[in-house]
Write a protein that binds this ligand. Structure first.
Ligand SMILES: NC(=O)C1=CN([C@@H]2O[C@H](COP(=O)(O)OP(=O)(O)OC[C@H]3O[C@@H](n4cnc5c(N)ncnc54)[C@H](O)[C@@H]3O)[C@@H](O)[C@H]2O)C=CC1
Ligand SMILES: O=C(O)CCC(=O)C(=O)O
Length: 379
């Protein structure tokens, strides 16, 4: 009896945790060591889409919490970027440096395939296009694949481009010009996205402070700076928050805007690619009160989503470029609206997303076509 009650509490706890989500799938393949969780948050706008992260989570709870938050963010990102997909994401529990294998990604591909088009996925932190070339052998529900395989290539390129548009919009709003030159930027993380952002800022005359746990990434940006006749200052991983610069550009992990880091910040704005930068929603209000402009992460980092969603309809670079440029206007609109309504930038962005979701729900009536994008999605 006691055991039954205990089980009931556990079940309630689990369903409470996933109460905002449509479906959560645990994937277990001992033969390849695959332990993954796929979370589908909301398919109002279309099938779920979102990258797969590989990270050495210290517990299943930590992995679950991450995937739930990331997939929820994808619903907002799709809504805000006018993309006909819904919110989903996956995490693989393991160290990307040590635990990966082609067999593991093939096994993961089989799990993705079993969802029969409810979930499309590709790269995120800790995974690369090559990993998904293996998954592609098992399923077609993969995006962000190399051009040689009929895809649109590395999605971190448009993500980085979107971050640059976000920084330009922020400079325009704060300093009256979108020029990147003559400003200082502190960048956390020089991976697939952060490195490209750093490179373009250097090329356009920005001054950089950078940090990364990976020394090769640091060496690479130093070399690139020398080639460009520019210079970068390297700071410690915990020192990055206290750097006196114009803009903090987080391009590594989430939850880095929190009670410990906010008091250290000496920047005018935060504009970066990292997903879920705010530890809690209340932190955006604290930033607002301190006069630090926050660029909502899911607006700034939508470039990869824009490209991979486009790829599923058939890659078209011109269309992607137009949508990437829209990040500049969208962010400026959010800044201006939040100032007019005396609300935070996140509240302003969320209102925009809610409006699109409600409009789509109103269209999803008995006569509506099935909840699929209107063009021929590759299956
Ligand atoms: N790749 C993409 O197209 C997109 C990425 N994002 C988000 O942007 C962020 C970065 O993504 P990627 O560049 O793809 O990942 P990545 O794995 O290529 O790069 C992450 C970098 O951060 C570094 N890092 C890890 N912990 C750190 C720490 N404590 N301090 C400083 N550096 C640290 C890593 O060494 C690595 O160089 C992630 O939050 C990801 O979810 C969001 C949208 C799309
Ligand atoms: O960038 C991608 O490949 C897909 C989109 C995504 O997962 C994200 O924006 O976090």
């Amino acid at each position: 009896m006691k055991q039954l009650e205990y089980k009931k509490v556990l079940e309630q706890d689990m369903f409470q945790k996933i109460s905002g989500h449509e479906q959560v799938v645990f994937c277990n393949d001992p033969s390849t060591g695959l332990r993954a969780i796929i979370a589908i948050h909301n398919t109002t706008l279309g099938p779920a889409l979102g990258g797969t992260r590989m990270y050495p989570y210290s517990s299943i709870d930590e992995a679950l919490e991450d995937v739930l938050k990331l997939s929820e963010g994808m619903t907002a990102k799709c809504a805000a970027s006018d993309v006909d997909f819904g919110g989903g994401k996956a995490v693989i529990i393991g160290d990307p440096e040590k635990d990966k294998s082609p067999a593991m990604f093939r096994a993961f591909g089989q799990f993705v395939d079993s969802l029969n088009g409810r979930f499309y996925t590709g790269t995120d932190m800790g995974t690369t296009m090559d990993d998904f070339v293996h998954a592609l052998k098992e399923t077609n529900f993969i995006n962000g694949i190399p051009e040689a395989f009929g895809g649109s290539g590395d999605s971190s390129i448009p993500t980085a481009q979107g971050v640059i548009y976000g920084i330009k919009a922020t400079n325009q709003y704060l300093y009256g010009s979108d020029n990147l030159a003559g400003k200082t930027y502190s960048i956390q993380g020089l991976g697939k996205v952060g490195f490209k952002v750093a490179e373009q800022l250097l090329e356009e005359g920005g001054e950089l402070y950078v940090t990364d746990v990976n020394h090769q990434a640091i060496d690479a940006i130093k070399t690139r700076a020398v080639e460009l006749g520019a210079s970068v200052k390297v700071v410690g991983i915990n020192e990055i928050y206290g750097v006196d610069s114009n803009i903090f550009v987080p391009c590594a992990m989430g939850r880095i805007i929190n009670d410990q880091t906010i008091p250290q910040l000496k920047v005018d704005a935060i504009v970066g690619s990292a997903n879920n930068q705010l530890q809690h929603e209340r932190h955006v209000q604290i930033l607002h009160d301190r006069g630090i402009l926050y660029a909502p992460d899911y607006i700034v980092n939508a470039g990869g989503l824009i490209q991979v969603a486009d790829e599923l309809y058939e890659p078209n670079r011109k269309r992607v470029l137009l949508k990437l440029k829209a990040i500049f206007d969208s962010l400026l609109e959010i800044y201006e609206q939040s100032s007019l309504d005396c609300i935070t930038t996140m509240e302003s962005a969320n209102q925009k997303c809610q409006q699109r979701l409600e409009e789509q729900r109103a269209r999803n009536n008995f006569f509506a076509r099935s909840k699929r994008p209107k063009w021929n999605v590759r299956v």
